[in-house]
Design a protein around this ligand. Sequence first.
Ligand code: VGL
Ligand code: ZN
Length: 200
Amino acid sequence: MKQEKALLIVDVQNDFCPGGALAVREGDRIISVLNKYIKIFLRKKLPIFVSRDWHPKESKHFKQFGGPWPKHCIQNTRGARFHPDLELPKGIIILSKGMDPDKDSYSAFQAVDSNGTEFFKLLKTLGVNKMFVGGLATDYCVKSSVLDALKFGFKVKLLMDGIKGVNIKPKDSEEAIEEMVSRGAEKMTLGKLSNYGIES
Ligand code: VGL
Ligand code: ZN
């Protein structure tokens, strides 16, 4: 079967980067590498998806309403914007998730594009069967998106140089990576892209 590849970059937004409401330590350090992945996929005319956490002001996702998190990534605020260093070329597909005030959700498979079309449907329409996944945070949205992708039968390459975790417990990211790998994700880095038929 033909390998149709796509790039998924998860939640590289101000609130998840240093200075943000739910900052991932060194979350911004992955951006320069992610920009390189973006350039390569762009050059190969392969689809690029960029997800964003896009919460309403009031949500059960937030502590104030019974959830686990401080308020973050509220729609149309600075914190919800993509980090200014992330280079987003024309043609990328923005996926929004976390809009349901009654849900505490994390996966990009619960996201929709600007037309309201679900991520899974977009992938099927494009014939994607292999996803390269990076972004924030390793132990939440990246993990949840990768596990869903594997569950739905996609092959997954986890971009080890393009992820960072929250680590509420110090080993959370390490354990998340182990779990993703044990379910079938394969680790890779920028230098290995050419091994997968995507030359830089
Ligand atoms: C995320 C915590 C809360 C994430 C989103 O993008 O990983 N983490 N909301
Ligand atoms: Zn969130």
